[in-house]
Design a protein around this ligand. Sequence first.
Ligand SMILES: Nc1ncnc2c1ncn2[C@@H]1O[C@H](COP(=O)(O)OP(=O)(O)O)[C@@H](O)[C@H]1O
Ligand SMILES: [Mg+2]
Length: 378
Amino acid sequence: MSSVFEAAIDSFLSPIKTLLDDEKVSEIMINGPQEIFAEKGGLVFRTDCAFSDEESLVSAMRAIAQSVGRVIDNDNPRLDARLPNGSRIHVVLPPMAKNGTTVAIRKFSKDDLTLKDLINFGSLSPDGARFLDICVYLGKNILVSGGTGSGKTTMLNVLGGRIPKTQRLLIIEDAAELQIAAEHVVNFETRKADPARGVTEVTIRDLVISAMRLRPDRIIVGEVRGEEALDLVQVMNTGHDGSMGTVHANNPVDACTRLETLCLMGETKIPPDAMRKMVGSAMQIIVQCSRYHDGGRRTSHISEILGTDSNGNYISRDIYRWVQTGKDPETGRYQGEMVPCGYVPSFFEDIIVNKLPFPKSKFVPPEWAKPLLIKKVA
Ligand SMILES: Nc1ncnc2c1ncn2[C@@H]1O[C@H](COP(=O)(O)OP(=O)(O)O)[C@@H](O)[C@H]1O
Ligand SMILES: [Mg+2]
C-alpha cells in the first residue's frame, strides 16, 4: 500500500490514535462520532475519544475504502476492509446505522500465539493442549466453533501452526487473517464482485474447488458461513484428513447442525438425512471457544463427534471441558479449569500405535470435578 494512503488514514484516524497504538486494546467500536468503546483484556469500556463530527468520521472511512480500491457511499453503505497494519474493519453508514457511522476495528495481533500462550491465558489445560496437538498430528478433522470474538481464528491459527512441517496447507479465507506458521502454505482470499468495473466474484466455494486440484495435504477454511460448508464436508470425507475450519455455533452439537444447515443452503440433491450422516462422519473433533461473562475467553469443550444415532441425532462425547469452581471476589474473574470428562476417544489406538506419550489416565477426571461434570452446561 502506498504511504500516501497510509499517511492520509493515519491523520484521519488521529482521534482514536491512542487506542490504535495501545497494544492492550484488542477491539475498537465506534457508534457514531461521539461514542467510542474499546476492549482491553476482554472487558469493554467507553473511552473519551471522539471524532469532531460525522463528516470527519465518514472521511476517515472513505480514505480507508480508497486505500483498498473500494468505495463507501450512499450506494455502497457497508465496507469490509483491512487497515495498512492488518487490522480488520467493518463499517455501516447511516441511515442504516441509526447512531451515525458505525465501525468495529478488530486489531491485528502482532505476536503469534502458541498452545503455551493459550495455557497461560487459562484457555486450555496443559493436557487439553497436548491432546489437541495429538489430534492435529494424527490428522483428525477439526472444527473450531464459537461466537463472534470468542477466539476461533486465534485457535485455528495455533492449531494450524502444529501441522507437521512436511505437509502442504491450502488456506482459504474471506479476508486473509490467518497467519499459520508452517513451511508450505498457500493462501487464498475471496474477491467481491464490482459490476461497475467488470470484476466478477470469486467465492470461498470456487477457491475450495481450486484448492482440491492443487494437491493439498490439508485444507483450511477460515470461516465457514455459506454453501462452501458442503465442499469442506466433502473434502473431509474424501481423504483430506486433518482439514480444519471455524463455524459460528454455541456448542459442539450446534456446530454440526449449523454446518448441516449451511450444506443444505446450496443447490444440492443430497437429502437432509443423508447430509446429516455426511456431516457426522466428516467431523471428528470440535473445539468449542466461548467468551464468558467475566470477559475471559476459554475453550469450553473439546469433543469427539461419533456420527449420528438411529434417530438421526449427532453423537457428541466431551473429552475435555472447562468447569467453573468459583469467582474471585475482587476481580470478578471466574475460577476454574479444564478437566477430562472420563471419555476415552475412539481413536485411542492411534495414540498407542504412534507411540505418543499420552496414557489413558489423562482422560480420567479428578474426584473433585466429577459432580461438576454431571451438571450439563447449556
Ligand atoms: N484464549 C484467549 N485468551 C485471551 N484473548 C484471546 C484468546 N483467544 C483470542 N483472544 C483475543 O480475542 C480477540 C478475538 O479473537 P478471534 O480469534 O479473532 O475471535 P473470533 O475468530 O472467534 O471472532 C483477539 O483480540 C484475540 O487476540
Ligand atoms: Mg474469526
